[in-house]
Design a protein around this ligand. Sequence first.
Ligand code: NAD
Ligand code: TYD
Length: 362
Amino acid sequence: MTATNDTILVTGGAGFIGSNFVLRWIEKVGTPVVNLDLLTYAGNPANLASVEDNSRYQLVRADICDADAVAEALAKHRPRAVVHFAAESHVDRSIIDPGAFIRTNVQGTYTMLEQARRYWSGLDGTAKEKFRFLHVSTDEVYGTLGPDDPAFSETTPYAPNSPYAASKAGSDHLARAYFHTFKLPVLTTNCSNNYGPFQFPEKLIPLVILNALEGKPLPVYGDGQNVRDWLFVDDHCSAIRTVLERGELGETYNVGGNSERNNLHVVNTICDLVDEIRPDAKIGTRRQLIKFVTDRPGHDRRYAIDARKIARDLGWQPSVKFEQGLRETVEWYLNHSEWVENVRSGSYLNWIKQNYEERIAQ
Ligand code: NAD
Ligand code: TYD
């Protein structure tokens, strides 16, 4: 067999960004999606409940480090593209267990690239020419910025500071090498912090929304002045579709939300939104719940994205303003209590204990 069909194969499609991507893909593009996902603590099939009976969606439960399973999925489904999201993605976990990040993010990406190369080598003509491997990465590979430094561009040197960022940098280098050495048609995107529905509540925004709702302490690391650029997940998904369709082979594209905010501002804004939407006399003003706690070791001070290349070359720009996206996100969490209850299982509670119990109030 040397042809492909319309199918795309997504890895990590049961995670936060992957599940948003799969849902939007089925809604807007409509061709079949195979989701190869190990369903780790971060993978949640409930995110995809609305498409689980859709004939255009299929889950393959497999490890991206398992070469045979990846080869089998490619041979069986004959995708025209691979969109590679699967990763260990939480910086705090990478400080506690770096090995898991090296395995999944470096070894797993190598396995995906190598199996994709073998599959692609066996394609003919147009199928070979049109095949794409899109590697989803992060702005954290560029390291940290001072308050007046220019934003990260595609030519900013790599300087990863956390085991998470270093493992993603390693995966980006492998993706680059597979293009240069083997001509595998690779595209890479490096985006800023995503937020939106279905994000596992270990990350800042969903954690603070849920704690604020319940009147629990809101842990702010260090002085709360660390800055992130916030990208609404739907905007990220549209950027990926754009790069997949029109990106130049071997190129990387930075994707940002034009929304630099410091953490304290983000937490204060969430407090005000929860007060407005779900006032609770017993809890009072949510800002009172803020607790400055021991900082994250090696905490990057500022990330900022220069997204002029994707705007200029591919015509993509973010469309959602942070205040609007954050309001939608808060409303989503407040309206999905069943989803929330299901993700906050024993392993989640263990993580909260492990990460926060010994953080001392500052
Ligand atoms: P996530 O942690 O929510 O989801 C990761 C998914 O990958 C889960 O479904 C999990 O089950 C799956 N997975 C993990 N290990 C696997 C393995 N060995 N084999 C198969 N599947 C496995 O992650 P996310 O936030 O959706 O991030 C997706 C991608 O985007 C990652 O590559 C991440 O580095 C990148 N990224 C995320 C952000 C962000 O703000 N969330 C920002 C920049 C880049
Ligand atoms: P996070 O959502 O973990 O994303 P990343 O580390 O990839 O940027 O954290 C966003 C910012 O919020 C980061 O500066 C760390 C900070 N933070 C807190 O202050 N408190 C918390 O409980 C968490 C999880 C993060």
